[in-house]
Write a protein that binds this ligand. Structure first.
Ligand code: DGY
Length: 327
């Protein structure tokens, strides 16, 4: 008998066919997050869950007590802050993610946000489309900020951080500072990146780019004190997780003009609430958590997650374990 799995994340036929070769599929057919009653019903029966944080919420004690057969949760994302690692270990549930296949795509988006915020592209796009470009337009009002030759501070120099550093160094001749849990000697060599403590990054960078995973240690890593350390001319980019930043402090910093602007892929609450003050600032560029959202990369991530799921359920080692079973 094939092991049952619950697919809570939208997938293509190709990926579904691959999973179906090895598993009996139960699939969430609706849009957006799976309602709790349906999730609890499905999870009771299955050995595998294929998901992401936004589709099923936290994989915690409460959920796991309803999942006596569960062996693996395969996340279609590199981030796995939806995993309660201790609870999963306690219940002998393996957790996997999808690193690497998305590095270049997320780096493209991060750099896109940086450029868009620096050159005010969305704001000026609206300016043109709303018919405000007149013969009398004063171009000084349209000025943005240079990117090339400036200093980029990357907080979180993992694989995506490196892909951003590559673009910055070789595409834009930027000076790169970075902060990371551990020194990244390869990045130092390849991109002339200089390791700094967090405060030095904040004080010296023209662009501060947050790319760190969300953990207990990085929750609200950037708050009031940190924004005050940044240059008034600096731009803050967040492509990590919304909760790595104290959003109220970011709003204050923008209101008080402690920073020049921001580019945000992620928010403390997602989808972002329509009355979130961040949406009112013309100097804040927003996108709806789309770091990896290209057709090619989503397909690659979905297949990688499928391979992880199937590996565990066919008694093999997953390619990308992030939570190991105690057994
Ligand atoms: C992930 O995969 O964790 C990222 O949020 C992609 O944007």
């Amino acid at each position: 008998m094939k092991p049952k799995v619950f697919i809570a994340y939208p997938i293509t036929k190709n990926v579904e066919d691959f999973i179906a070769e090895h598993c009996e599929i139960h699939k969430w057919q609706g849009n957006g997050r799976v309602p709790t009653d349906i999730l609890l019903e499905e999870i009771a029966e299955v050995e595998g869950l294929y998901t992401s944080g936004s589709m099923t919420g936290p994989i915690n004690e409460e959920l796991l007590t309803h999942a006596p057969q569960l062996k693996v949760v395969s996340n279609v994302s590199v981030g796995y802050n939806n995993f309660d690692v201790a609870a999963m270990k306690q219940h002998n549930v393996i957790g996997t993610n999808t690193p690497n296949v998305l590095n270049e795509t997320v780096a493209d988006l991060a750099f896109g946000l940086l450029l868009a915020a620096a050159r005010r592209i969305p704001e000026l796009d609206r300016f043109v489309k709303e018919g405000n470009w007149q013969p009398t337009t004063d171009y000084v009002d349209l000025y943005g900020k240079d990117v090339h030759g400036t200093t980029l501070g990357i907080i979180g120099m993992g694989r995506i951080g490196e892909a951003i550093a590559k673009r910055a160094k070789f595409g834009f001749d930027m000076n790169i500072l970075y902060h990371n849990r551990n020194r990244n000697h390869e990045a130092e060599e390849k991109y002339d990146a200089e390791y700094c403590d967090l405060d030095a990054i904040l004080m010296k960078s023209d662009y501060v780019l947050l790319m760190t995973p969300l953990t207990k240690e990085t929750f609200h890593l950037i708050g009031e004190r940190e924004f005050k350390l940044m240059k008034e001319t600096s731009i803050f980019i967040n492509v990590s997780r919304g909760q790595t930043v104290d959003e109220q402090a970011l709003i204050q910093a923008l209101e008080n003009k402690e920073i020049y602007g921001a580019g945000l892929d992620v928010f403390e609450t997602e989808p972002v609430e329509s009355d979130n003050p961040l949406l009112k600032f013309p100097n804040v560029v927003t996108v709806p958590h789309i770091g990896s959202a290209t057709a090619q990369t989503e397909e690659a991530m979905a297949m990688r997650a499928a391979e992880n799921l199937v590996a565990v359920l066919t008694g093999k080692e997953p390619i990308d374990p992030v939570v190991a079973s105690r057994k």
